[in-house]
Write a protein that binds this ligand. Structure first.
Ligand SMILES: [Zn+2]
Length: 233
């Protein structure tokens, strides 16, 4: 079987493969996807921080209510006419006053702790926002670069595709189909020469002699290891 046309096809296809690789593996494109991950992470983080802040703010409201209640109780104790009370009642009041003061002390500390928490959340939020904004600016820059690269490479890609379409007509149909199947699986080069007497020219795995014996009749055999089409020069 004559493989000249298929090999000619592959030669042009190598240029297309190269252009496609440049488009998909461009550093700007890679950076773009990294930055989009950073932005997403920042967004998730700021949502979490917002929820956390809401929780702390609700706790602060709760503490403030309790604080006011205790303050009122203390005020009403202080307003009592102590002279009219028995010694036993005075003891009770004194104990109660102690409890209320303890409560107020505890609640004040709780408020302080919550205020610190809010400060910490705000700091984290600002940090996250900076991260997000930074990623966004860089993302726009990368996108512009990718668009410029695409503008240059896309016409070349189309030109090569057209050339390949013409060339494909001169290749035997089944062989072309086998080639395309592998090409679509990102196997490239698809067709490789036999190395030595029985090795795949790409992955260097040994090919079975039964297959080798058929190579002249069928033109190409498949390497079971790397799935490439192997031919004899
Ligand atoms: Zn192989």
């Amino acid at each position: 079987m004559d493989l000249t046309n298929l090999l000619k096809y592959q030669e042009v296809d190598a240029k297309l493969f190269d252009v496609e690789s440049k488009l998909t593996a461009s550093p700007a494109r890679k950076k773009m996807s990294e930055l989009s991950k950073v932005a997403k992470t920042a967004q998730v983080k700021s949502n979490e921080l917002e929820a956390e802040a809401n929780k702390v703010l609700a706790e602060i409201d709760d503490v403030k209510v309790k604080f006011e209640e205790n303050k009122k109780s203390l005020q009403s104790l202080l307003n009592k006419d102590l002279e009219k009370l028995s010694a036993e009642d005075l003891d009770k009041i004194s104990v109660l006053k102690g409890k209320i003061l303890n409560n107020l002390n505890y609640l004040e500390k709780a408020l302080q702790k919550h205020a610190e928490q809010i400060n910490h959340i705000l700091m984290e939020y600002n940090k996250t926002k900076k991260m997000y904004d930074g990623a966004r600016v860089q993302f726009i820059e990368c996108k512009k670069k990718v668009e410029e690269e695409t503008k240059i490479l896309e016409p070349e890609k189309e030109r090569l595709k057209k050339e390949l379409e013409t060339l494909s007509k001169s290749v035997e149909k089944n062989l072309m189909a086998e080639y395309q199947k592998r090409r679509n699986d990102h196997i490239f080069p698809v067709v490789v020469p036999l190395e030595g007497t029985n090795f795949c020219g790409r992955c260097r795995m040994e090919l079975p002699m039964v297959a080798i014996s058929r190579i002249k009749d069928v033109g190409v055999i498949t390497c079971e290891h790397c799935k490439r089409l192997v031919y004899k020069k």
